[in-house]
Write a protein that binds this ligand. Structure first.
Ligand code: SAM
Ligand code: SF4
Length: 325
C-alpha cells in the first residue's frame, strides 16, 4: 500500500517536525524569537516512533527531522536512533541551524542520520548575527567541517536568498562547493502570514541566481523522475553543486513528493495549506498503527494540485518553524 494522491503523485519523503521551538530569531521566520504558548507538549518519542512506523510502512522511506530547531530536544539523539532503526526507513536526514553541529556531528552520524542540511544565511559574521540574532557564524562553519569529518553521505547548506542582506554573497557561497562535495541550496524567500512586509522588502526571484550560474558555465542537471523540487546545477571546476528552490516557479508543485507531519501530530498536505489533519489520536498505542495508516491514506487522497502563493495566498502558515519548512 503506497501513498498517492488524485494527481498521480506518490509520496516517498516525510518531513517530521519534532518541535516548534527554536533558539534562533531568523528575521524571515521568528524575528521575535519563539514564544511558547500554553497547549499540548510536542509528540513524545513513542508518538514519533509510531508516526514514523506508519509512514515508512506506507512507502515513505526517507524521513527528515526538522522543526523549529530539532536538536534543542533533550531526547533528540534517542529520536534519531529510534527512527533510523525502523525497518522501512532507508534514509534519515536532518535540517538544523547548526548550533550544536560542531560538537554533535559524530554522535548524530552514529545514531543513524546520514544526510544533513545546515541553514547558513550569511558567510559574513555580522550579517549572520543580523539575520539570526546569534554570533555563531564561525561555529556553524566549523560544524559543517565536523559533518564532513563524521562521514555524512550528504552535506548541504541552505541559504534563504534575501535582497539587501545576502544577495552580494553568491560568489562566496560558490567557493564552499569548490573543493568538496557540498551542495549549496539557495531558497527563494516564501511569503508567510506573519511577514508580508518583510517579503516585499527582501524577496528576489531565484531566476537571478540561475541567470548568473548559466552565464558562468554552470549547467542544470537532468532531474530524476522522483527528484524533489530543487533544480541542481553543476560545473566542471566544482566538486559540489548548487541547488535552487524556486517555489514561485511554474510547475513547482508538480514534482511534490513530500508530506509533512507537525510536532503536534497534524498531517500537512501542503506547506501553504489551510489546515492540518489531526492524527494524534491515532498515536497513543502501537495497536493503532493500522488505523493511523488508514487515516493517512484517506487524508492524502484529498491533497490539492498545488499552493497558491503566486496569488499571495499563504494559507494558515504563519511562519515555517510551526510546520518545519
Ligand atoms: N531550524 C532548522 C533550520 O533553520 O534549518 C529547521 C527548521 S527551518 C523552518 C527549515 C528551513 O526553512 C530552513 O532552511 C529555513 O531557512 C527555511 N525557511 C524558514 N522560513 C522561510 C521562508 N519564509 N522562506 C524560505 N525559507 C524559509
Ligand atoms: Fe529557527 Fe530555523 Fe526558523 Fe531560523 S529558520 S528561526 S533556525 S526554525
Amino acid at each position: 500500500m503506497r501513498l498517492s494522491d488524485g494527481f498521480g503523485r506518490t509520496f516517498k519523503y516525510l518531513r517530521l517536525s519534532v518541535t516548534e521551538a527554536c533558539n534562533f530569531k531568523c528575521s524571515y521566520c521568528l524575528p521575535d524569537g519563539y514564544n511558547k504558548c500554553a497547549g499540548p507538549s510536542p509528540l513524545s518519542l513513542d508518538e514519533l516512533r509510531r508516526a514514523a512506523t506508519a509512514f515508512s510502512e506506507l512507502g515513505l522511506s526517507k524521513i527528515r527531522l526538522t522543526g523549529g530547531e530539532p536538536t534543542i530536544r533533550k531526547d533528540f539523539d534517542e529520536i534519531a536512533h529510534t527512527i533510523a532503526a525502523l525497518p522501512g526507513v532507508d534514509k534519515l536526514a536532518l535540517t538544523t541551524n547548526g548550533y550544536r553541529l560542531r560538537d554533535r556531528a559524530q554522535g548524530w552520524r552514529d545514531a543513524g542520520i546520514s544526510a544533513i542540511n545546515v541553514s547558513l544565511d550569511s558567510l559574513n559574521p555580522n550579517t549572520f548575527h543580523q539575520v539570526t540574532g546569534h554570533d555563531r557564524c564561525r561555529e556553524v562553519l566549523e560544524g559543517i567541517d565536523a559533518a564532513f569529518d563524521a562521514g555524512f553521505e550528504s552535506v548541504k547548506v541552505n541559504a534563504v536568498y534575501l535582497k539587501g542582506i545576502n544577495d552580494q554573497e553568491i560568489d562566496a557561497y560558490l567557493t564552499l562547493a569548490k573543493n568538496r562535495p557540498l551542495s549549496v541550496r539557495f531558497i527563494e524567500l516564501m511569503e508567510t502570514g506573519d511577514h508580508p512586509d518583510y517579503f516585499r522588502r527582501h524577496h528576489i526571484a531565484a531566476s537571478t541566481i540561475s541567470d548568473k550560474l548559466e552565464h558562468e558555465g554552470w549547467t542544470q542537471k537532468l532531474k530524476a523522475a522522483d527528484a524533489g523540487p530543487a533544480n541542481e546545477y553543476v560545473h566542471p571546476d566544482y566538486q559540489g553543486s548548487i541547488g535552487l528552490i524556486a517555489p514561485y516557479s511554474k510547475d513547482f508543485c508538480k514534482s511534490c513528493n513530500r508530506l509533512r507531519f507537525s510536532s503536534m501530530g497534524n498531517l500537512h498536505l501542503c506547506l501553504f495549506g489551510n489546515f492540518g489533519v489531526p492524527m494524534r489520536q491515532y498515536l497513543q498505542s502501537d495497536d493503532q498503527i493500522k488505523e493511523l495508516k488508514e487515516a493517512l491514506w484517506r487524508a492524502v487522497a484529498r491533497k490539492t494540485a498545488g499552493h497558491q502563493l503566486g496569488l499571495g495566498l499563504t494559507g494558515q502558515t504563519s511562519n515555517l518553524s510551526s510546520i518545519g519548512g
